[in-house]
Design a protein around this ligand. Structure first.
Ligand code: GLN
Ligand code: ZN
Length: 763
């Protein structure tokens, strides 16, 4: 019989209980035991839910304290030297959080491990460091205990862990030219032992995730895959889980190996037939037929047409699952009460997706038993196609017009820079921040009270204005050169803008994990997007009235708006980006008209949305950078355009970033110790750069000396007249104490650097 399974279930809890519990532990409100006990409740609940949904296998090993790759790093003993030195008990929760956040409850602190985007998603994983890992060392206890825990409750388990090839591929050696594959034999030994231990517990199948197969893998990595898995497959029955991309070009790697294979069919369902041809009929083929990271209902009849031929040839060797782990999807649609009922009928969250799989399974085995469900789904899909409440002709006409016109700045960067310098009169090494300042309890409280009608719009606005004035005053006192209003009125950089644009809808509780305990609630793009009225204008007018210094207006860019929303799939992504660009262009021009001389358009998601396969990257970069220019390039020469990007490796797309032609780019660089700058200088990045000089995701305060050291490092590669000084991202998650202290040190570092320059110039 067809088997149902799941690659991973969202661990945050229906009401983000997971997040709240972990944060209580960090605040020392609960002990480690209490933490583990509370988390176990959420975990057991998740298992039970999946069993009730009819899954044949329950994933185990998909529940984490911070991140699944960090958990794997500890399982295989990939613990950086600086952390080993600090801790004798390598496997404690403290070690875990020390690696994640650079700070543990026992008071010790160090540099946190680097964090970066998980393939093309907005999830961030902790990058394993291989600094002293000549030998990996297996610590399987956590996984084994969890398997036993689930077995004791009579769950049929399928353990889940990242596979060796992807683990090594994702890991980083401090020497960039180091051959990571030379570590494979040692890692493979650990996996061998792990598989043996898992088999001894009576587990019949383990899922090893190998998302690296959706990349253009080089030949040595392909060979490593084959040699490694020809050994591992002897230990235990393995299901290789691939997702996020089309793995056609790597399918041959599985051929001939006794492995099961899971495929992500969300973008290319023809992959299933291809794999069915290549894989022996006794191999398990798992069809990721329900989109695991979208929120639209599955077209069940279309899915069945894909599955049926394979079911006929493969019977019980066909398994069904969501395309990828469900951590990228909100948990339960049932609890949503504010969303438009028609739109709601088009949606499916994690729990609903599991039910869709159940219907598909029944439809394969006994089509008569779900006739009604299939008919209802057919009607829904037909209705969706015919429905025209998504479209706005006016928007589409304007977008067409914009597409056909030029999207470049009027003058070259050099010319603009000279004009802007006259207007802004900034010192060497200008200091600024990325936009947000601490979102205090009071701010969040005010927003909650507004939502519950306990505060009038006027009262709320008065409170926010007070916040803006005091944030500006603090920046003046610190001595920052280019100020920001602090974004107190924004709950979230995407949701805030989406809320004021047509074409977006919102959930009450549609949270997904972004990094660590941080969750986001992406809006839903369901229709053509347009600006109803100015969005940030009044706040910015107020902010500029409060200070003599220049205040930078901050907007969220088109690609980030698109990528951090759940977007529609009935029109091209580029068209949605252009609609957003048009709305933002209107905002940019309004700000300029109101005398705002610096405008920053944040694009932290630009790199993350890059398609995984090279063949598709060019056209993406073309429309993504065009969307940025569409919204930014029509300003006057004297208006300075900034952009900001964070948490990713930009090097391979630097020419595209340069083509955006922002006057200033601020980038995250501190966690990777400024490695990013090598690429920037190699490519001769033409415009101004502000490499983030401290990690705002860590509570550690950078010292003046540390900052000067980093700036000097930057100055080796960046000419001094191009260098800006700023933190690596917005400060909303930090508290005021840390923020003031860090920024004071930052401004002092810039001041000392200028002074040293003057002394040098004199002598
Ligand atoms: N302007 C935003 C802020 O400062 C940028 C956030 C981001 O890059 N993710 O919060
Ligand atoms: Zn950022």
């Amino acid at each position: 019989m067809v088997k149902l399974h799941n690659l991973g279930y969202p661990y945050i809890g229906e009401n983000r209980e997971w997040k709240k519990t972990i944060e209580s532990y960090w605040k020392r409100k609960i002990s480690a035991e209490q933490l583990m006990d509370s988390l176990a409740l959420i975990k057991h609940d998740n298992w039970e839910k999946q069993r009730l949904a009819g899954l044949n296998f329950i994933p185990v090993g998909d529940f984490h304290l911070y991140d699944h790759i960090l958990s794997a790093a500890l399982t295989f003993g990939a613990i950086p030297k600086r952390i080993r030195n600090l801790h004798s008990d390598r496997l404690s929760i403290d070690t875990y959080f020390l690696m994640a956040k650079g700070k543990a409850n026992d008071g010790r602190s160090t540099t946190a491990c680097e964090m970066t985007k998980w393939f093309d998603t907005n999830y961030h994983y902790i990058v394993p460091e291989l600094d002293c890992t000549d030998e990996f060392e297996l610590n399987p206890q956590c996984l084994l205990d969890e398997i036993k825990e689930a077995q004791a409750k009579a769950f049929d388990v399928k353990p889940v862990i990242i596979g060796p090839i992807s683990f090594l591929w994702l890991a980083k050696h401090k020497n960039a030219s180091f051959d990571k594959l030379s570590l494979l034999p040692s890692l493979q030994k650990c996996y061998q032992k792990l598989l043996m231990a898992v088999s001894e517990l009576g587990v019949t199948c383990i899922q090893l995730d190998e998302p690296a197969l959706s990349l253009d893998l080089e030949l040595d990595w392909q060979k490593a895959f084959i040699s490694c898995y020809s050994q591992l497959s002897k230990q235990c029955s393995i299901l290789i889980a691939t997702y996020f991309g089309d793995i056609s070009s790597n399918l041959h790697l599985i051929e001939g190996l006794p492995l099961g294979l899971h495929l992500d069919l969300s973008n290319n369902s023809s992959l299933l037939a291809k794999a069915d041809d290549i894989l022996a009929k006794n191999q398990v083929l798992s069809a990721g037929i329900v989109d695991g990271r979208g929120i639209w209902r599955c077209d069940l009849n279309k899915a069945l047409a894909v599955l049926e031929p394979v079911y006929r040839s493969r019977k019980d060797k066909l398994w069904l699952a969501p395309s990828c782990s469900l951590i990228h999807c909100p948990i339960n649609l049932e609890s949503e009460s504010s969303i438009d009922p028609e739109l709601k009928s088009w949606l499916a969250f994690a729990d609903q997706k599991l039910l869709e799989l159940t219907i598909l399974k029944k439809a394969l085995i006994n089509p008569g038993s779900v006739k009604q469900e299939l008919e209802d789904n057919r009607q829904l899909m037909e209705h969706q196609r015919a429905s025209n409440w998504r479209q706005d002709k006016r928007v589409m006409e304007k977008v067409k017009l914009m597409e056909s016109s030029k999207s470049n700045r009027k003058s070259t960067f050099e010319k603009r820079k000279a004009i802007q310098q006259e207007v802004l009169n900034l010192p060497l090494y200008p200091t600024t921040t990325i936009g947000s300042f601490p979102q205090t309890k009071e701010i969040r409280n005010a927003r909650m009270r507004l939502k519950k009608n306990k505060l009038s719009q006027e009262q709320y606005e008065a409170l926010m204005k007070k916040e803006i004035s005091s944030t500006l005053a603090k920046q003046e006192e610190i001595g920052l050169d280019l100020l920001v209003h602090g974004e107190p009125e924004r709950n979230d950089m995407v949701e805030y803008f989406a809320d004021k644009l047509q074409g977006f809808a919102f959930t009450d509780n549609g949270w997904v994990v972004s990094y660590g305990s941080r969750c986001v609630k992406p809006p839903i793009i369901y229709g053509d997007i347009g600006r109803k009225k100015p969005i940030t204008l009044d706040w910015m007018k107020y902010a500029t009235s409060q200070t003599e210094k220049a205040v930078k207006g901050i907007l969220t860019g088109p690609v980030t708006m698109l990528k951090w929303s759940f977007s529609r799939s009935d029109i091209p992504q580029s068209t949605i980006a252009f609609q957003l660009a048009l709305a933002l262009q209107e905002e940019v021009l309004d700000l300029e008209k109101a005398g705002i001389r610096v405008i920053q358009i944040d694009e932290p998601a630009l790199r993350e949305a890059l398609p995984l396969q090279k063949s598709m990257q060019h056209s993406y970069l073309d429309w993504a950078t065009r969307a940025f220019r569409m919204c930014s390039a029509s300003v006057k020469d004297e208006t300075q355009i900034h952009t900001h990007m964070c948490y990713c490796d930009f090097n391979e797309i630097l020419p595209a970033i340069a083509s955006m032609d922002a006057d200033v780019i601020s980038i995250e660089a501190s966690r990777s110790n400024f490695e990013i700058l090598d690429g920037l200088s190699d490519s001769g990045y033409p415009n101004d750069i502000g490499p983030g000089i401290y990690d705002i995701h860590s509570p550690n305060i950078p010292s003046v000396e540390q900052i000067i050291r980093l700036l000097r490092k930057a100055l080796v590669l960046i000419p001094k007249e191009k260098l800006w000084v700023n933190p690596d991202c917005g400060l909303k998650t930090r508290d005021w104490d840390e923020t003031l202290h860090s920024l004071q040190n930052m401004v002092e570092a810039a001041r000392q650097l200028r002074e040293m320059d003057t002394v040098e110039a004199r002598s």
